[in-house]
Every structure is written in structure tokens, then in C-alpha cells.
Design a protein around this ligand. Structure first.
Ligand code: SF4
Length: 476
């Protein structure tokens, strides 16, 4: 019996060298025991690669190498032996790699899938905490991956959090990034990681604001965020409470559907639709415009949406808030800014002492643009043509409301109001004069804030949104 001792649990190069040497010597899989030995000078260290030309010539197919690199990261004790069995068989059965029914190959593919899943979960569920009293700032995270993916996933975090000093501690290995180099060291204990910091409250606020009760599916939720990760996720504390309140909130959303339009308004809307000549026959009131938009065919977005979502608020509001387009919840309820972005906007308004009831709130595009992904409907940004087509409705709202100040949230809103693109970062912070005397204040769209991965950048953009709300209010 040959005993091969590899240098670490993820020693792919050692396995590869040993596999080549054993194969060249003609040692069958059942005559090899694979083990991990940290002392490389002990007896049985992985055999060196065979000399060039030793043994029969054999080229390993690249798909097998790719598979083996992932399988090695699986926690199964059989992984090295299984891979050597496959290597042995590949030499004798050249078509093996393409056989979907082979039990050894299926087992290896399942292991590789488990590894890919573990890497995906690690990317999604690592949460950094600020280490108190350390200068410059250092963030640390504790994570227990299902398989040994820490070193493989570390470059992802280095790319994503390039400007941060961080460490990820796991029982298998620790990785640290200092802005330039990734360092790997031995595994750690959960007690080595800090427990909680002020960022966690922010995380919980964001999670609560992006939670959509109408789409609640606890089974799917737990599949995506398995309970084994909950103890390291600040937002997980909210889950039982959110599930409990979901039914109540969904019922409220359904009740909040707008009243049906009057017969007069409905007839006017149908006339608009039949004539198809919106430009020649403007709606006379906001109510008429709201209903007429339901039958608008100026672009194709009406086809996949539940309904048009017109603006709402006082007919003579001094301030108008313009967003991009309705989201999933807005499309279902028919009201603007009631979904996750709306809840974040409400929070910012509260901080800015801004009374939403005094503003006319609307969107640059009135129908929800999205693409289906399973049971989800994923937001898609409207294109320039759709924004231009829908400007007719936004212009009608502006003409009727006559706001003194327009707060544009995000690039699409700016395009809908001005007809041109403006970078938000450079346009925000000071009012811009519009034709007709109104003033434009530009800011970030709340849904952009929900997507910013870096906590510092997110907090900065949120503070700017609060400032811009204050500025807009001060100009009314
Ligand atoms: S998105 Fe606007 S322009 Fe397009 S169909 Fe809807 S209301 Fe009409």
C-alpha cells in the first residue's frame, strides 16, 4: 500500500504531482491511501513528479483539471482518492469526462457544485465589523464556509473592498488584505473576531427597507440564506419579526389600491387611447392624466407591467419629487415610492424633517420595466427612448402641479426632466435653474443606495440624500 501525505487540506499541486507519479508507476487507485500531513519531511510526503518521458504518454483533459481544482476544496475525506480514481480511469477510458451517467464523475461533480455553492454563500454572507481602537481602521469578519473556499474566494473580497484593511477569519484559514497584498495564515477561533459594531444597525435598517412582504417565501428565503449563516449576519435578527409582520403589511398594500376612476375620467382616457394623439388632447386634470396613462401605448413598457403608476400628492405642491420608474411593489399597488426605495426615502425624509405629504411624488417613467427571473421580476433601467416617450406624462404633471422645486432622484429622473444626461455626483449639492422658473435639485436614487456594497460609501451617499432633501425644502 502506498501512503501519500499532502501538505494541506487544499493541496491541489501536491495531489497533481503525486497523481502523475503514481500513474507513471502504474499504481492502481486501490493501492493508494491519501492523507494530509503538515510535516513534509515525514515519511510518505507526496512523491515528486515523474521524470519527463517516464511512463506512457497521457494528456489530462482541461475540464477534468478544472473539476479537480474545485473538488479538492470539498470537505469530503474521499476527494483525493476519488480524483485519483478518475485520473486512472481517464487514461483507460478517454470518453469518460463526457459521460453524464458515470457514478464517479457524478460524485465529483456534486462535490464541485457544493464548493461553488459555498463560495457563492461566502461572497454573499461575509459581514465585516470595525475593530475598535485600531488605527488605521481595520475590519474583520468571522465566517464558517461549508467547504474550504476561503483562499479561493479571498481575491473577490480584495477586488471588492480594495480600499479597506480587512481580515476574514475562518476555522480553516485566515486571509488579510492591507490594500496591496493578500496574506494567508492558519485558521482561527470565533472568539478572535469582534462581536458587533455601529455598522450593524445600518445593515439592519437596509435589510428591513429592502424586504418586500408581498414576495415573502420563507422556504426560498432559508434556501438562499441558510440558518447556519444567520448567527454571523446582523440582519438575521430581523427575520422572524419580518416574517410575522409580512401578512399584515401585504393586506395593507392590497387595501391601499387606489379607488376606481369616475366614469367621466374613464371615458376621457379611452378617448386618448383610441385617438392615439396625446399631444393634441392634453388631460385637463391630474386625475384624468392618471387614468389616461393606464391606456398609454407610447412605448412598449405597458405590455409587461400590471398598471401605470402616476404621481400622487397635492395638486399644487411646491415641490415635486421625481424618481426613475415604479418598482415591483409600486407596480402591484399602483402608488409611487411605496417599495424598498420608498421606505428608505421616507427614512431620509424623517431625518431631513421633510413632510412627504406636501410633495408631489412621481417617476420619470410610469410603467415598471423588468425581466422575469424565476418567480422574481428584476428591475431593468428604462432606455433613453422610453424615458423620452414618457416625458409627455411627466411634462403634463409638471404643467399641472407647477412646482417651484423639483428634486430629481437618479440619472433617469434628470433625463426625464431636462432631456439630457448629467452625472449625479457632479450635479448635486446646488440648485439648477430650469426653463419656466422652477429650480432643480439633483440627488441619488434611494434604490442606488440599497445597492452600494461598501458600507462607508453607502452611509456617505445616504447623508447626501438627506442634505439634498433639506436643500430642496429650503428653496420652496
Ligand atoms: S412607460 Fe410611459 S410612455 Fe411607456 S407606455 Fe407607459 S406611460 Fe406610456
Amino acid at each position: 500500500m502506498r501512503v501519500v501525505r499532502l501538505a494541506s487540506e487544499i493541496d491541489f499541486d501536491g495531489w497533481r504531482r503525486a497523481g502523475r507519479a503514481l500513474r507513471a508507476e502504474g499504481v492502481p487507485p486501490e493501492a493508494v491511501v491519501w492523507t494530509v500531513e503538515y510535516d513534509l519531511f515525514a515519511d510518505g510526503a507526496a512523491p515528486a513528479a515523474p521524470a519527463k518521458g517516464a511512463g506512457p504518454r497521457f494528456t489530462v483533459p482541461q475540464p477534468f483539471i478544472d473539476l479537480a481544482e474545485r473538488v479538492v476544496l470539498n470537505r469530503s475525506n474521499e476527494r483525493f482518492a476519488l480524483l485519483y480514481t478518475l485520473l486512472w480511469r481517464l487514461e483507460r477510458e478517454p470518453g469518460l469526462i463526457d459521460n453524464p451517467a458515470d457514478p464517479d464523475l457524478t460524485r465529483a461533480r456534486d462535490m464541485a457544485k457544493g464548493v461553488s455553492r459555498a463560495a457563492h454563500k461566502m461572497k454573499a454572507f461575509v459581514r465585516f465589523r470595525l475593530v475598535e481602537g485600531v488605527e488605521p481602521e481595520v475590519y474583520m469578519a468571522w465566517f464558517e464556509p461549508a467547504h474550504r473556499v476561503t483562499e479561493a474566494v479571498a481575491p473577490f473580497f480584495a477586488r471588492r473592498f480594495t480600499g479597506m484593511n480587512w481580515s476574514i477569519l475562518t476555522p480553516d484559514a485566515c486571509v488579510a488584505w492591507d490594500g496591496e497584498t493578500l496574506k494567508v495564515s492558519e485558521g482561527a477561533d470565533p472568539a478572535d473576531a469582534p462581536r458587533e459594531d455601529a455598522q450593524e444597525e445600518l445593515w439592519r435598517t437596509y435589510y428591513a427597507s429592502i424586504f418586500n412582504p408581498a414576495r415573502l417565501n420563507p422556504r426560498m428565503m432559508q434556501q438562499e440564506m441558510p440558518k447556519r449563516y444567520w448567527r454571523n449576519l446582523p440582519e438575521a435578527r430581523l427575520i422572524p419579526e419580518l416574517i410575522e409582520s409580512a401578512q399584515r403589511r401585504t393586506a395593507q398594500m392590497v387595501e391601499a389600491r387606489p379607488n376606481p376612476p369616475s366614469e367621466r375620467v374613464l371615458k376621457a382616457a379611452l378617448r386618448h387611447a383610441r385617438d392615439g394623439s396625446y399631444g393634441e388632447s392634453d388631460p385637463l386634470t391630474l386625475e384624468e392624466a392618471a387614468v389616461a396613462a393606464q391606456v398609454c401605448r407610447r412605448c412598449d413598457l405597458w405590455r409587461e407591467a400590471t398598471q401605470a403608476v402616476p404621481g400622487e400628492g397635492p395638486a399644487r405642491a411646491r415641490i415635486m419629487i421625481v424618481g426613475e420608474q415604479p418598482g415591483d411593489e409600486e407596480d402591484l399597488t399602483g402608488r409611487p415610492f411605496v417599495g424598498p426605495a420608498g421606505r428608505l426615502l421616507d427614512k431620509a425624509m424623517l431625518e431631513a424633517d421633510f413632510d412627504r405629504r406636501k410633495a408631489f411624488v412621481t417617476n420619470a417613467v410610469k410603467h415598471f420595466k423588468h425581466e422575469p427571473r424565476g418567480k422574481m421580476r428584476l428591475h431593468k433601467t428604462p432606455d433613453r427612448g422610453e424615458v423620452q416617450a414618457c416625458r409627455w406624462w411627466l411634462d403634463a404633471e409638471r404643467r399641472m402641479v407647477k412646482p417651484r422645486v423639483i428634486l430629481a432622484l437618479g440619472a433617469t429622473a434628470v433625463m426625464g426632466i431636462t432631456g439630457r444626461s448629467m452625472p449625479i455626483a457632479r450635479s448635486r449639492g446646488a440648485p439648477i435653474a430650469l426653463d419656466g422658473g422652477a429650480r432643480l435639485v439633483v440627488s441619488w436614487h434611494p434604490s442606488y443606495l440599497l445597492r452600494v456594497p461598501d458600507a462607508d460609501a453607502r452611509a456617505r451617499a445616504y447623508a447626501q440624500l438627506v442634505d439634498d432633501l433639506r436643500l430642496a425644502q429650503s428653496l420652496t
